[in-house]
Structures are given as structure tokens and as C-alpha cells.
Ligand binder design. Structure first.
Ligand code: HEM
Length: 535
């Protein structure tokens, strides 16, 4: 419970007992309510007017003009990536900017290379994820690698890294390819093919195919969502990702100001009940997989090629059974929606750039057969396909922002950062920064990844220029896994279909939840094309 509320309640009790003439009608309720109202008013004056101007130790960091007392520097309740990106371009700074979010919460935006290097690499454990985010995710994922901190994180990461190495990921390509082909077949069968092709909502298919891919390749279960999206697992998994209603969000806000964020999760709201029931279902499901794997775990060394990520991690002996369950759920949470989002963006980009589709199709059809046993080296050798996917990931980062909180008094780029400071890292801005990517940074151009020494860097001079997967000890461990999925999905889709957006001139609106995606889920016409050799 917030200290101000406790103080107001305590003061009400004292005033009625000791000085009833100062209470309101000698009523605990009215006296407490009046004191809470006064304390909220005082907090508002302090936090919104006095603190930013006179007391904040961060007040010398450049801050955008025009702050509202209620909405801070924001014009709405959601994070406006484009608006913040504009500040990074127009406000001179030494690597940090300060802004106020809705509700006048102060935040530091980390933009300079030195500050980014510190927060992501050299001082990474001084800047964990904020407690509110941890509490929200912890109920589902447990203490898996995404939430573990400090030495515990180092240990878990060391245990998981070998299973995510390219040496193993390359063995997963056939799974990704087969699933992509399965999806393409299912799309073709969905309706009788008319001459103008089938219009599909890509988000639906992307969610299904990437769930199957991560199921098979990461935890060793085929969810079969491409063929049947209505299984009990799928239903429960959707509930896990269910967004709270507006009323629930208001209740969360009130809880944060009064009883505290943690206590909100104990309230018997529908959202709490249903998401917790779903989390328990998924946890029991994952626990069963761990049990099954233990029974059939002999000979891992011999047939490591066949193994999914979780089986390899289990065989390493680095994890207890329960922590393995945490890791499996973490992989689902971190690795499903993000790849589904990149596929949506890839199809969006294909629809916008017909000429790139032609180049891709030529390369894909020349070097790959539509349904043979694909091996990683074949897919990886296609330079334009790789360039296109890299550019999709740079230009449309599925996780355009991420937050951190200083856990000690520290500094970034020589500027003092007190404990508790909230910070924002913005791949959506860094990835399009002209200082790092050149004057065409804001153009979608796969060509930047072609040519000598550009295949991995895109021509940028630092590995902190592309933050799609962040970087450093907390960068995405599933980066190669994700890229391989995307390569196979784009190759099969472009090889099989001509892709057109249903309404190419529609204004792009973005949906922001765990990841950022086009609001309409990308409505695209997929027109089947003949003539892709089979063997
Ligand atoms: C295009 C797809 C993906 C993107 C854009 C992406 C992006 C990211 C980002 C930005 C982070 C850091 C989050 C933060 O600390 O705030 C992260 C962490 C992580 N990702 Fe990914 N990811 C993708 C796919 C995957 C896949 C497929 C997996 C697993 C199979 C995965 C597993 C993880 C894990 C376990 C972490 C936590 C790493 C740690 O804290 O040490 N991700 N990812």
C-alpha cells in the first residue's frame, strides 16, 4: 500500500481519537477520505510542478518543451515512439534526454553510443527490468532467463547459450521449412483459389505457424496450430496474452497509487482469474514435457542434431526441473509473438515493394526447391533474402522500446543517475539514426546489407547501431533462431505467392503490446504462382 495512503489512514485514526474537533463529523471514513484527497493533491503539486523544476537530480538533462501537468511531454496515454524519435533528432544532448510520460512520471531516454554501451554492456546489471514489469511477467514465466538478474542470470545464460548456438540452430532449418510449407499449403486450400488470390489476415497465420515452429524447435511439441487453431493449449495460450480491459487498466492504475501493484494481482478480477488459470495450465503442460523428456533422454550426445533447444538444455544438467519449466515458458513468451510480428512486417514490406519481391523470387526459385529437404547452408547463402530479412528486422523492430530501472546510484555517459530512475531504450529510434546508418537511414533498403563486409553490419559502424535484438549480456539469446525462422517463412511465401496488400494506400496504424505490429494484422492477397521446381 502506498505510504501516503497509510499515513492518511493513521492520521485519521489519531485525529478522531485524540483531537476529534479536527476530524470530519468524527467519521473514520470521511476523515480518511479527506486526508487521502489532501495527500493526493499535495503529491500532485510536488510531483507535477515542484519536483521537475526544482528538485529532480535529473533536471539538467535536456528535456522537450511544452510539458502538461497531467500528460507530461506526451499527447496520449501510450508510448509515442515517433514523437520520441523526433526529440532524439532535434534536441541537442550528450547521450541522454529526459521526458515526462502520462501521469508526469519522469524517464530518461538513452540514445548516445557511450550511454548505450554502459546500460547494455558494461553496467548491464545496474539496470534491471523495472519491478512492475517483473511482477507482471513473473506470474507466467517464473524466474526464467528473461527475468533472472545478476549472478543468477549469468548462470542461466551460460547454461542456455550452447543450445542456442548456430551449431544447433542450423539443424532446426528443416523444421522451419516444413512448417512454412505446411502453412502455404493450408493458405492455398483455405478457399477455392480465385484468379485474384485469397485475402488473408497475416497476423492469424503468422501467430499459428510461429507457434508451431517454436513448439517443435524449442520445446519439442507440435502444437499443430497451422491445421487446428482451436486446441485447448491454443485457447489457454491466447488467454495468457489477453490484454486487460479499459476498466481493469484503470483498476491497475488506482492500485498502483493506493495498495501497490503487487496487491493488484491478488484482487479477484476476471482478468486476474483467467490469466492465472491459463498460466497454471501452460505450466502444467510444460511440466509434463519435462517429465516426458526425462524418460526419453538417453543418447543425447549421439543424436544432438535431432534435439530441440529444451532437450539440449536439460541434457546440460544446468537446470532444475522447475527452472526448466520456467525456461520453456520464457522461450514461448519471448520467442513466439516477436517472430510472428516480424513476419507481419515482412509481408507488409513485400506488399509495399513489388520490385523486391521479383528479385527475391528469382533468387529463391533459382537456388531452392519448393519442397525438398532444405539445409541451412542453402538458405543462408541467398544474399538478397538475407539482406531483405535483415532490413525488415532493422526497419520494423518488433520490440521498438524496452525499459530499465537503476538499482543503485550510478551514472551514464558521466551523468549522475540516482537509484530508482526509469530509463527507456528505443531500438525504433536507434535503428533509424542517420549518424549511424547514413543519410538513407529512414529508407527501407535491403541493399545496405549487400557488398563487401556488409552482410552482418548493414554498413553501420557499431554493433550498437542495430538494437532489434538489443546487445550485450542481455541481448536476445534467440537471435539466430528467430532469423532462421524468418528466412524460411519469407522464402516459402515469396516462392509460392505473389503478395499484394489488400489496400496498399491505407495509412499504417500500429498496435503496441508486447510487440509492435500493423493494427489490421496486415490484410494481404496471396496469389499462387506456378512453376517452382519441386526437387
Ligand atoms: C524477431 C524476433 C525476436 C526479437 C525482435 C527479439 C527481441 C528481443 C529483445 C529486444 C530482447 C531483450 C529484451 C529486454 O531485455 O528488454 C530479447 C530477449 C530475449 N529473447 Fe528475443 N527476440 C526475438 C526472438 C526470440 C526467440 C525466437 C527466442 C527463443 C526461442 C527469444 C528468446 C529470448 C530470451 C530468452 C531473451 C532474454 C535474454 C536474457 O535476458 O538474457 N527471442 N529478445
Amino acid at each position: 500500500m502506498a505510504p501516503w495512503t497509510i499515513m492518511a489512514m493513521g492520521t485519521a485514526v489519531f485525529s478522531i481519537r485524540l483531537a476529534p474537533e479536527y476530524s470530519i463529523k468524527q467519521s473514520y471514513f470521511w476523515t480518511t477520505a479527506a486526508l487521502v484527497a489532501i495527500s493526493v493533491f499535495c503529491q500532485f503539486i510536488y510531483r507535477c510542478i515542484l519536483y521537475p523544476e526544482y528538485f529532480s537530480p535529473l533536471r539538467h538533462i535536456p528535456t522537450p518543451e511544452g510539458r502538461s501537468w497531467f500528460r507530461g511531454n506526451s499527447t496520449s496515454m501510450v508510448l509515442e515512439t515517433d514523437r520520441i524519435r523526433e526529440w532524439t533528432k532535434t534536441i541537442p544532448n550528450k547521450g541522454l534526454l529526459r521526458y515526462y510520460m502520462a501521469g508526469n512520471l519522469e524517464r530518461i531516454l538513452v540514445v548516445g553510443p557511450k550511454a548505450l554501451n554502459e546500460i547494455l554492456v558494461t553496467k548491464v546489471y545496474e539496470f534491471p527490468k523495472p519491478e512492475s514489469l517483473r511482477l507482471k511477467l513473473l506470474r507466467f514465466t517464473g524466474n526464467g532467463i528473461l527475468l533472472a538478474e545478476g549472478d543468477e542470470h549469468k548462470l542461466q545464460r551460460r547454461g542456455l547459450l550452447p543450445s542456442f548456438s548456430y551449431r544447433h540452430i542450423k539443424n532446426l532449418y528443416p523444421i522451419f521449412w516444413e512448417k512454412a510449407v505446411e502453412m502455404a499449403d493450408a493458405i492455398e486450400k483455405q478457399k477455392p483459389i480465385r484468379s485474384n488470390g485469397t485475402v488473408v489476415q497475416i497476423s492469424d497465420w503468422a501467430g499459428r505457424v510461429t507457434l508451431d515452429m517454436i513448439g517443435l524447435a524449442a520445446i519439442g511439441r507440435d502444437f499443430n496450430a497451422v491445421h487446428d487453431p482451436a486446441t485447448e493449449f491454443h485457447r489457454q495460450y491466447d488467454k495468457l496474452r489477453m490484454r486487460p480491459s479499459t476498466w481493469t487498466r484503470i483498476l491497475i492504475l488506482i492500485s498502483m497509487l493506493t495498495i501497490g501493484f503487487k496487491a493488484f494481482f491478488r484482487l479477484p478480477t476476471k482478468w486476474n482469474r483467467e490469466s492465472m488459470a491459463a498460466a497454471n495450465y501452460i505450466r502444467a503442460y510444460a511440466r509434463q514435457i519435462v517429465e516426458d523428456k526425462k524418460e526419453t533422454s538417453q543418447g543425447v550426445e549421439d543424436d544432438a542434431q535431432e534435439k530441440d533447444i529444451a532437450s539440449l538444455a536439460m541434457a546440460s544438467g544446468a537446470f532444475s526441473d522447475e527452472n526448466m519449466v520456467d525456461q520453456m515458458i520464457t522461450m514461448l513468451v519471448a520467442g513466439h509473438e516477436t517472430v510472428a510480428a516480424s513476419l507481419q512486417w515482412a509481408v507488409y514490406a513485400l506488399g509495399k515493394h513489388a520490385e523486391m519481391q521479383t528479385l527475391l523470387r528469382e533468387e529463391i526459385r533459382t537456388h531452392l526447391a519448393s519442397s525438398s529437404n532444405i539445409i541451412a547452408a542453402q538458405v543462408d547463402s541467398l544474399s538478397y533474402l538475407n539482406a531483405f530479412c535483415n532490413e525488415v528486422l532493422r526497419f520494423y523492430p518488433p520490440v521498438p522500446s524496452t525499459v530499465r530501472e537503476a538499482n543503485i546510484d550510478t551514472s551514464l555517459a558521466g551523468i549522475f543517475i540516482p537509484k530508482g530512475t526509469s530509463l527507456l531504450i528505443l531500438p525504433g529510434a536507434t535503428n533509424l539514426d542517420k549518424d549511424r546508418w547514413g543519410s538513407d537511414a529512414e529508407e527501407f533498403s535491403p541493399d545496405r546489407w549487400l557488398g563487401d563486409g556488409r552482410a552482418n553490419s548493414g554498413g553501420a559502424d557499431s554493433n550498437l547501431a542495430n538494437l532489434t535484438f538489443l546487445a550485450g549480456p542481455r541481448g536476445c539469446i534467440g537471435q539466430s533462431f528467430a532469423k532462421s525462422e524468418l528466412l524460411c517463412l519469407v522464402a516459402v511465401l515469396v516462392g509460392r505467392f505473389r503478395v499484394e496488400l489488400e489496400d496498399p494506400d491505407k495509412k499504417l496504424e500500429i498496435n503496441r503490446s508486447i510487440s509492435a505490429t500493423p493494427k489490421d494484422g496486415v490484410m494481404a492477397r496471396l496469389i499462387p504462382l506456378e512453376g517452382w521446381r519441386v526437387k
